[in-house]
Design a protein around this ligand. Structure first.
Ligand SMILES: [Fe+2]
Length: 245
């Protein structure tokens, strides 16, 4: 009886974990990618998120070959205009989520938009297959003084266990996508996220927010054991350290 009491899962909305969370991954900058499309939609989303306790955000619009407008100066300008009209109590900073594609290296000249003072660059790959020179691209970032922060590593179906460990051994950082733990992206990302969390391989967590309906649906399915709540707390503390540093 005691055991079942302590092992009972709690929905994330009942855990207090979201209160004061600094989200390091979201697509809330309106109209620049497949995330939020209008200023009104962004305002509605920010209101709902702040009711859940999340008021600090790194905005991480997609930067990829398929979105040729999204370079540093375009995003900074869009961010500057939008930010000026935000309600008080919301804190936003601009970074980006870079696809490791053929255009990636071309953004070095402008300087990558980073998270925190540690020059973390949020990067992603296709879910199905790695770019031809994944290791080389990540290494080149470090040569230029950046640290790769790999977005939702659990979602890459091609990535084997040993690969996760070797990427961490190079000093690269991992960011959990919260909804992976809800099974929102299927069984494999769910199992991988549990494995990576349990083994202390994640450094940070993000919502990867794209739209409010999906986000709410995902959170409604996100129930956590006591051990997972503890592990997630550690990641969210890292988030806060980097956001407020
Ligand atoms: Fe994302």
């Amino acid at each position: 009886m005691m055991f079942s009491f302590f092992s009972r899962k709690k929905n994330i909305l009942q855990t207090g974990l979201l209160e004061g969370m600094a989200d390091l991954h979201c697509h809330l900058l309106p109209g620049v990618d497949d995330g939020v499309q209008t200023e009104e939609e962004a305002a509605t989303a920010l209101r709902a998120l702040s009711e859940m306790g999340v008021t600090s955000f790194y905005l991480t619009p997609h930067v990829m070959e398929d979105l040729p407008l999204n370079n540093r100066s375009f995003l900074e300008e869009a961010f500057g205009k939008w930010q000026a009209a935000l309600p008080p109590g919301i804190r936003v900073k601009l970074a980006a989520e870079y696809m490791l594609d053929a255009a990636f290296a071309s953004h070095l000249a402008d300087g990558y938009l980073t998270i925190g003072n540690d020059r973390l660059v949020l990067v992603e790959t296709s879910y199905l297959s790695p770019p031809p020179d994944l290791d080389g691209m990540l290494y080149d970032l470090t040569v230029n003084g950046y640290t790769p922060l790999i977005a939702h590593p659990e979602r890459y179906v091609y990535m084997e266990r040993e690969k996760y460990v070797s990427l961490k051994n190079y000093g690269y950082k991992f960011q959990l996508n919260l909804l992976s733990l809800a099974g929102f992206y299927g069984r494999l990302p769910l199992e991988k996220s549990r494995y990576l969390l349990k083994n202390g391989l994640y450094d940070y967590a993000g919502s990867d927010f794209h739209n409010l309906d999906k986000h709410r649906r995902g959170l409604a399915h996100l129930s956590l054991h006591a051990s997972e709540r503890k592990e997630l707390r550690v990641l969210l503390d890292h988030n806060n350290e980097i956001f407020y540093k």
